[in-house]
Design a protein around this ligand. Structure first.
Ligand SMILES: Cc1cc2nc3c(=O)[nH]c(=O)nc-3n(C[C@H](O)[C@H](O)[C@H](O)COP(=O)(O)OP(=O)(O)OC[C@H]3O[C@@H](n4cnc5c(N)ncnc54)[C@H](O)[C@@H]3O)c2cc1C
Length: 467
């Protein structure tokens, strides 16, 4: 396993075409909107040791996010690691979707090869061993731009990533992925289909790995937090070290991908099975990730109570306790999903009903925790003057007027306020909601999975209902 510094050094060697706020940027690893993402990923390397697992592929310990998850214990280790990362970073760790891709591509390529004699699994293992040996940071791109959601992909091909050409060396893909967390700062980006497809739509049913040498363009999101990072300052942006949950659009234009990086090709069933595994994997861990965010919000709320001199008000302290209850419950659901999981093609997967419930409850907990945080903080996160006022010509007046409890300096109180502004107004709420699919998508899944007949029968037995 490598250090965060080694990851950053490697990243600097990649030539990438990245646009931010309308301009192509040079020296991309130093850009104020990208540096925090790199800092966040570098931190994942620093904290990886306690959660590393043994890989029987390379006979070494590896980052759990690059591991084939073989047991419930491995999966719980992953969930604990990601909860800690969310707390310490207060933003995305960016490597989570890489783990989901590894643990869905591994079983699916194996199953496909066993049925059809193809060599997708061998190709995948070759790449995975490189990922583990080099401790690559991996992300996953699923979400297509999709255009008019009522139309089928063939009615608007350009809205979906698809194979446009193939030859003996590989495939050529066009289309765009959107909402891609940290892909521009990854070593490997797995590209997976956005949805299942019907007969005739095979050209969209493709999964592959994209590497830094591939011809793609990245266009960064531009939230208020991003604008604040470009504006500068030391804490005005709320989370100065690790920043917003930063995503990008990735544009492919007849981008060449060699066959040894293609893992699903024109296979409708493999696409469906892959997406089911990926979705459940990502939705289950999402609850632990949100638990870490709720922990961070609880920490901020507790500090705000102290900064306002309200730390002994029991009805406000009760809100803190509620936040702890939300975060512990969300993490516990994910752990339950791991314990009640199942084995498929040498991997251990979370229980599917629990995973989708984890998504729903993780979002509920996140929203309630954010509401409690805002309740505790008062209106000031939306209305405070800036760090620049504090340092400018009216700085002394601002310092005086921004005083709270004597125990916390006005500047530190403003740091806490800006951090709470960050929680309330960054990409986090929307990200918690939609990352891994909306709660509505999980509820659709649960309608199919849930054994309602068993529940109905129990009620009928109880009440002696025969009809
Ligand atoms: C901060 C953030 C980070 C993200 N990171 C990643 C990432 O790293 N990788 C990645 O691949 N994706 C990522 N996502 C994307 C995420 O998975 C999608 O946002 C999610 O799947 C919803 O897709 P959408 O945003 O296109 O919404 P839409 O497709 O526009 O959906 C909006 C609503 O309509 C519903 N809906 C859509 N189409 C239909 C239909 N045909 N019938 C019925 N209901 C429908 C949806 O369920 C949802 O409730 C991220 C998203 C966010 C916000």
């Amino acid at each position: 396993m490598i250090s965060g510094d080694e990851y950053v050094k490697r990243l600097k060697e990649y030539k990438r075409v990245i646009y931010v706020a309308g301009k192509r940027i040079e020296n991309w690893t130093e850009h104020p909107n990208i540096k925090p993402v790199i800092n966040a990923i570098a931190k994942t390397y620093e904290l990886a040791g306690n959660y590393a697992v043994f890989s029987d592929l390379i006979n070494e310990k590896v980052n759990v996010l690059n591991a084939v998850i073989r047991s419930a214990d491995d999966l719980i280790k992953r969930y604990d690691y990601q909860r800690e990362l969310s707390l310490r970073l207060a933003t995305c760790n960016y490597r989570c979707t890489g783990c989901d891709a590894i643990n869905s591509l591994y079983p699916i390529t194996k199953i496909v090869d066993e049925k059809s004699g193809s060599d997708y699994h061998k190709r995948f293992l070759n790449l995975l061993k490189e990922i583990q040996k080099n401790d690559f940071a991996c992300t996953s791109a699923l979400t297509d731009v999709k255009g008019d959601r009522s139309k089928r992909p063939l009615q608007q091909e350009e809205m979906y990533v698809r194979v446009v050409k193939k030859d003996s060396k590989g495939i050529y893909v066009s289309g765009a992925k959107i909402h891609q967390s940290g892909a521009f700062a990854a070593d490997v980006n797995f590209v997976l289909p956005t949805q299942t497809f019907k007969e005739g739509e095979e050209k969209f049913a493709v999964a592959f790995a994209s590497l830094p040498e591939d011809d793609v363009k990245y266009v960064l999101q531009n939230t208020g937090v991003q604008a604040k990072f470009r504006e500068g300052g030391s804490f005005e942006m709320g989370n100065p070290k690790f920043g917003d949950r930063t995503t990008c659009m990735i544009i492919f234009k007849e981008t060449f991908i060699p066959w040894d990086r293609v893992f699903v090709f024109e296979d409708l069933k493999a696409t469906r099975d892959l997406l089911t595994l990926f979705a459940c994997s990502h939705r289950c861990v999402g609850a632990s990730c949100k638990a870490g965010f709720m922990d961070s919000m609880a920490g901020a709320a507790s500090m705000m109570l102290k900064a306002n001199g309200l730390e002994n008000v029991s009805q406000l302290r009760q809100k803190l306790a509620e936040m702890v209850a939300f975060s512990e419950s969300a993490h516990a659901i994910a752990v339950g999903g791991a314990v009640k999981g199942y084995r498929i093609a040498e991997t251990w997967q979370p229980n599917r009903e629990v995973a989708n419930s984890a998504k729903v409850m993780g979002v509920e907990g996140f929203m309630k925790s954010l509401a409690n945080l805002i309740d505790i903080a008062g209106g000031i996160p939306a209305t405070a003057p800036s760090e620049f006022d504090l340092r400018g010509e009216i700085g002394e007046e601002i310092k005086e007027l921004m005083r709270g409890s004597e125990k916390i300096s006005p500047e530190d109180r403003m740091k806490i306020i800006k951090f709470i502004e960050f929680w309330a107004m960054s990409s986090h709420l929307v990200g918690a909601f939609h990352g891994g699919g909306s709660p509505s998508a999980s509820l659709v899944f649960l309608q199919f999975l849930a054994d309602l007949a068993k529940r109905e029968k129990a009620v009928c037995d109880l009440l002696d209902i025969k009809s």
